[in-house]
Design a protein around this ligand. Structure first.
Ligand code: HEC
Length: 402
């Protein structure tokens, strides 16, 4: 875990008389924002740089790196707003909420003041536009594109997160499958991940018990471990488009139905699109290339490969916020289609209605609950209940910001 505070500990400041003077004069100029009025350009369009200078620079520094320790009167570390890895992640809307209502609204320090009285929304937006100039590398996709995560569809946005997903069959032989997923960004556009599935499955081949009731022989097994790579190829403020690939390793316990115990490569393309009214779409399309067991011929091992599967996922969702600064609720409907290509089989369709909700004040710990309903072959495929627990670890420790 790399918590924000560890990264920022270099900015620890000490309480000094001089710092207090700076702080007092900063807050005095806020309560009667004469400098703010002066920062308004002639036509009435707010001048973000001047407003930032008047309200924020005393602590955040005119260059965004944070005022030096001898100029501030508090101990709390200040973020480096020129660090793209930090500054690109949060959407404007979240930073405006923190600036309006103060640090504690998102579980941050109460040293970060509330400016809701001093600045209106247009002025705060102008300040955000100025803060956005501190990170000069446009390769970093903006936090606005970090849309709510569906249960199955891989997002286009690169992430730093832990996700624990549990799925359970509603009928048929019992199976509870868990997946622990770790995702880590590197550079401006890349992400690697590793997924460790493990499960408990009921062995349906066990003969019925002597009292005639259903036998229940549950076994524990490891699934197919997956490693993956993803890279954002294109992005603007509303759209992000990525390429990725996953490699499944044959570690699964196929006899218990947990994993297929075969090598599989799954290349895919993913798109995230912001729609008007806090609505959004995710699309993902890819193929499953299976490396079947190798044969010996002329003393060399040959892999018998073919494209076995093609899949398409589509998600439509919308985020609702309770109260102006509150919890986010994101209902989504996910459609999954997959087909085996080789044998001309019919495609299989599933519908997955679900709801993601942010759990804590900082909004970096979330839950998603959904149900996967088979639309085809419903007689042989079970309905599944799913839930995931997600921790965006870059935004703070698991127990921070509640
Ligand atoms: C009195 C000092 C002070 C002033 C003035 C101040 N800030 Fe802050 N700000 C802080 C501190 C301290 C933090 C770090 C809080 C934390 O990480 O717990 C912070 C954090 C932030 C963050 C980061 C939130 C995040 O997601 O990590 C933003 C954005 C921000 N301030 C914007 C502003 C803006 C805009 C202004 C001026 C309108 C401003 N601040 C004025 C002290 C200040």
């Amino acid at each position: 875990m790399i918590a924000r505070n560890d990264r920022l500990s270099g900015f620890r400041a000490r309480l000094t008389g001089a710092g207090l003077v700076v702080l007092v004069s900063a807050s005095a100029s806020l309560s009667t924002p004469r400098s703010v009025v002066g920062a308004q350009a002639a036509q009435g369009a707010p001048d973000g740089m001047a407003l930032y200078g008047a309200g924020c620079a005393s602590c955040h520094g005119s260059d965004g790196r944070g005022a030096s320790a001898d100029r501030i009167a508090f101990d709390d570390p200040l973020p480096d707003l020129t660090d793209c890895s930090f500054a690109s992640r949060e959407p404007d809307a979240d930073w405006i909420i923190v600036s309006k209502a103060g640090g504690p609204i998102r579980g941050f320090s109460d040293v970060m003041p509330a400016f809701g009285e001093a600045f209106d929304d247009d002025q705060l937006q102008a300040i955000m536009d100025h803060i956005r100039t501190f990170c000069t590398d446009r390769a970093w996709p903006r936090g606005e594109l970090n849309l709510p995560r569906p249960l199955f569809t891989e997002k286009a946005y690169p992430e730093d997160e832990w996700v624990w997903t549990t799925s359970m069959n509603a009928e048929g032989p019992g199976a509870i499958v868990n997946e622990l997923l770790y995702e880590k960004r590197f550079g401006s556009r890349n992400q690697v991940e590793i997924a460790l599935p493990f499960g408990f499955a009921e062995d349906s081949s066990t003969p019925a018990s002597s009292d005639g009731g259903p036998a229940s022989d549950w076994g524990v097994g490891l699934g197919d471990i997956e490693i993956g790579y993803k890279r954002a190829l294109l992005h603007n403020l509303r759209t992000i488009f990525s390429f990725g690939t996953e490699l499944k390793l044959p570690t699964g316990d196929s006899e218990r139905g947990i994993g297929s115990a075969e090598f599989q490569i799954e290349p895919f393309l993913a798109l995230g699109q912001i729609l008007p009214g806090d609505a959004f779409v995710h699309l993902q399309a890819g193929g499953g290339l299976l490396a079947r067991g190798h044969r010996e011929s002329h003393g060399t091992a040959e892999h018998d490969e073919d494209v076995r599967e093609a899949f398409f996922h589509a998600v439509l969702g919308r985020t609702f916020t309770s109260g102006e600064f509150g919890r986010s609720w994101s209902p989504m409907v996910e459609v999954l289609a997959s087909t085996h290509l080789a044998d001309g089989a019919q495609p299989q369709w599933d519908l997955v209605p679900q709801m993601q909700v942010t759990l804590n004040t900082r909004q970096h710990v979330m839950l998603n609950v959904g149900v996967r309903v088979p639309l085809t072959d419903a007689d042989v495929r079970s309905t599944q209940f799913l839930v995931y627990f997600l921790w965006d670890w870059f935004d703070g420790g698991l127990f921070d910001g509640w």
